[in-house]
Design a protein around this ligand. Sequence first.
Ligand code: NDP
Length: 449
Amino acid sequence: MSYDYDLFVIGAGSGGIAAARRAAEYGTKVGVAEVSNLGGTCVNRGCIPKKLMVYASHFPALYEDAQGYGWSAVESSLDWQKMITTVNQEVERLNGVYQRMLDKAGVDLIQGYAKFLDPHTLEIGERKVTADKVLIAVGGHPVKPEEIPGIEHAIVSDDMFHLKEQPKQIVIIGGGYIGVEFACIMQGLGSQVTQLIRNDLILRGFDDDLRSGVQEGMKQHGIRIINLTEPPVIEKTPQGLKVTIKGDSEETVVADAVSLAATGRKPSLEKLGLENADVEISEGAIATDEYSRTSQENIFAVGDCTDRINLTPVAINEGRAFADTQFGGKSRTMSYENVPSAVFSTPEAASVGLTEAQAREILGDAVKIYRARFRPMYHTLTGREDKTIVKLVVDQKTDKVLGAHMVGDYAAEIIQGIAIAVKMGATKKDFDATIGIHPSTAEEFVTMR
Ligand code: NDP
């Protein structure tokens, strides 16, 4: 049977594009369907515009810090519209880069929403295409918790990149990556931020020292973090959105028209017609094996729509592993062990490997913790009390470093390097045998006793 394509990819986000390009390199005839702009969540409404806004949010503190080093006071104010415009211009530039990459690879792009008619046939608008293999890489979208009265008035992270005006007062619901990053961005840009969480600490899943370190730092920078005991109530009033909070503080906050629900994301599967292709869904996500194969032999899925580890580099690696295996004659699976990640909060945090709690659950008392908490050299002259935390989780029996965690400037950059050592199975002795770069924060990782 002959098909229009050897591979058809649904979704031109990080995972889909990576797989399409890699497969095309092997001489595969590839088509991609995308309903929106190229680049998916990461490029259009996630990592990239978010990180640019993180950079923007750091300037006021830098201006202040400079005075500790002898600079005169800087008077500067934010042109919100200009920031939003330049951030979105960069996003558009990247959309163009992706288009050129697909063109260069000889991949056909079809604009529109693809729906399965059967395991080998997709309908995209008026058009029907057939493919030998299909890769689903449709990503996810933010969800709003239904149990919060008035949640329909809240915006989600996607909307943050298009606000016409800077909110003076913003309430953020959720203590995960997105809630924490936006709380810090908005505080840095000069908004008053109240963050509502439903646990004692933000960033569930991370090491507790990292969680408390970031939370303390955020509070020190002026973010109000409130532990909820009941869902908040949101009402639209002429003054703005009235948020009634019941928690460790009981109060009403009027946020000027903005209240961000950052309470998780879920795979975007509703209109894909998966039932026509017999693709199984498990707990709201596409079920796959270690080769990203779904319950249907010729259909595969990568990225957030499979809800494994929802990070761009993971989706890219899954996509490339799929293409190498299916079209490049190099069978390989993606390793989900020791995947590093960072939270671009202020203070920044990053992590690789096991948390202390995870290690103790596996190894009990055979876990040794090395930890340092200190004021970084930079702040000795700024007068700020910001603290840096570095931490290693070590298996006492094998001396292997099981986890590395950091809170502080450049945490993401530093942990990326440490992640190579952890992935390679480095021992604490290997860390100790490494000479530090002085004076730096990173040297603490090789000097802790
Ligand atoms: P997360 O699942 O990380 O966090 C959701 C947060 O919302 C949790 O703190 C959760 O609390 C809280 N929450 C859920 N429901 C409610 C509710 N009804 N009331 C109050 N709080 C609630 O989701 P995010 O949306 O922050 O991020 C989604 C994914 O995107 C992440 O898992 C990550 O993979 C990815 N991402 C990665 C980034 C990075 O690498 N830097 C940046 C941004 C996103 P609880 O802990 O109690 O469940």
